[in-house]
Design a protein around this ligand. Structure first.
Ligand SMILES: *[C@@H]1O[C@H](CO)[C@@H](O)[C@H](O)[C@H]1NC(C)=O
Ligand SMILES: *[C@@H]1O[C@H](CO)[C@@H](O)[C@H](O)[C@H]1NC(C)=O
Ligand SMILES: *[C@@H]1O[C@H](CO)[C@@H](O)[C@H](O)[C@H]1NC(C)=O
Ligand SMILES: *[C@@H]1O[C@H](CO)[C@@H](O)[C@H](O)[C@H]1NC(C)=O
Length: 360
């Protein structure tokens, strides 16, 4: 008995030390949480330039097998670009779903910062977004917004009825991207830098709260993206096999597993599309990194205070990234820590010069 207890104790100490060591090495918040990409081979230069990029050796030691494989990938870059169009999917069955101020900030940020040729909103029948905050969008956004209508109650997943409402939008975003190409984003994602650099890749996604998965909150893809085909193929098993969590399996976990086999199909932007997590909003280095490197961020709306009107933005702590970003999108205010960088100077120049630049 005593032997067992001692063994248990030793085991615990070993586990604790390993955990502590990992914490020390890999989870130093500022290092671990802000990498550039899970390393495409061609990103050596980018890595050098982005001084906060995760250290290669850390990537190798600190991440899961899947990430290791991804890290060894080579990513195809072709001359053709992902079309400069943005897709939202608006699933509203009763015509009652509330379009919020946060949703409006998302649309306005896309217009200002991504400057797409067109925004497509895929809606159920004629249940378009409406209300005060939709009117706010139409008064601020001059990018063309086009609606495409579907009868979403007829959508099935290879013969199976979607088991959660979310799964309608999950499958639709893949089908829509396969049909048009472009960038899909959730209506609680805020656009930040121009997507131009990522539109050279066949397919790009980020990692969200589930670090062993692949977030589908932002997907940048050509319609010829092979990964879309492989991913859609997996949905043939939807509802027909037992999985641990159906809610996220086909949308988040499965796609990441698929990449073990063919890591070259997707460029993974680990921290620059849907992160950081709410716990990092007040981290100064994270705020600066998001400002410098992020193409977008997902707002974790169930985990933090979300303003419902422009005048509530000032109720967010002035140490929060969310406040920085919302003030930037809504009031064109540059965060104090960015006042001297080039982007800040640029954005104080004329809008015209910026839009010319981003189209190159
Ligand atoms: C990466 O890690 C190695 C070994 O820990 C270290 O020598 C090197 O300076 C690190 N590089 C960066 C950019 O942090
Ligand atoms: C990376 O790729 C090379 C060549 O394709 C291969 O030899 C090596 O085993 C791979 N490493 C990992 C960690 O997958
Ligand atoms: C949509 O499809 C459902 C189910 O087939 C049908 O009952 C409904 O009438 C359709 N709605 C419209 C507007 O076509
Ligand atoms: C942030 O808010 C605190 C009080 O809430 C105030 O004392 C401080 O000056 C503010 N900082 C900035 C940079 O506005």
């Amino acid at each position: 008995m005593e032997e067992k207890v001692r063994l248990f104790y030793i085991l615990n100490v070993v586990v604790a030390s390993v955990v502590a060591f990992r914490q020390l090495i890999f989870n130093k918040s500022t290092r671990e949480s802000y990498s550039s990409v899970l390393g495409p081979v061609n990103a050596v230069k980018a890595k050098r330039k982005w001084s906060n990029a995760i250290n290669e050796s850390r990537v190798f030691l600190g991440q899961s097998i899947a990430e290791k494989l991804v890290d060894n990938s080579s990513h195809t870059i072709h001359e053709t670009l992902v079309p400069n169009i943005v897709h939202y999917i608006w699933v509203d069955f009763g015509g009652v779903y509330k379009f919020t101020f946060l949703n409006a900030v998302s649309f306005i940020s896309v217009h200002k910062n991504w400057k797409p040729d067109e925004i497509l909103v895929h809606v159920n029948n004629n249940n378009r977004p409406h209300g005060q905050w939709w009117d706010y969008v139409t008064s601020h956004v001059t990018t063309k917004i086009r609606f495409l209508e579907y009868n979403m109650s007829q959508i099935d997943i290879f013969g199976e009825k979607p088991k959660y409402v979310e799964h309608i939008a999950d499958i639709m975003r893949l089908r829509v991207l396969k049909e048009y190409g472009g960038t899909y984003l959730d209506s609680d994602v805020i656009a930040l830098r121009s997507l131009a650099p990522l539109r050279r890749y066949d397919h790009t996604q980020g990692v969200g709260a589930m670090s062993s998965g692949l977030s589908n909150g932002v997907i940048i893809a050509k319609k010829s993206s092979k990964f879309l085909d492989i991913w859609l193929e997996e949905y043939k098993m939807y509802g027909k096999e037992h999985v641990r969590s159906l809610w996220s399996y086909y949308s988040i976990e499965r796609p990441r597993q698929l990449l073990k086999r063919q890591p070259e199909l997707v460029r993974i932007e680990k921290d620059t599309l849907v992160r950081p997590l709410v716990g990092m909003y007040r981290n100064m280095e994270t705020r600066q990194n998001v400002w410098k490197y992020s193409y977008s961020m997902h707002v974790w709306k169930r985990k933090t205070f979300i303003p419902e009107r422009p005048d509530q933005i000032k109720l967010i702590s002035n140490q929060s990234l969310l406040r920085d970003v919302m003030e930037y999108v809504v009031f064109n205010k540059i965060p104090f820590y960015a006042k001297n960088d080039r982007k800040a100077k640029k954005s104080s120049q004329s809008r015209k010069a910026r839009s010319r630049e981003s189209r190159q």
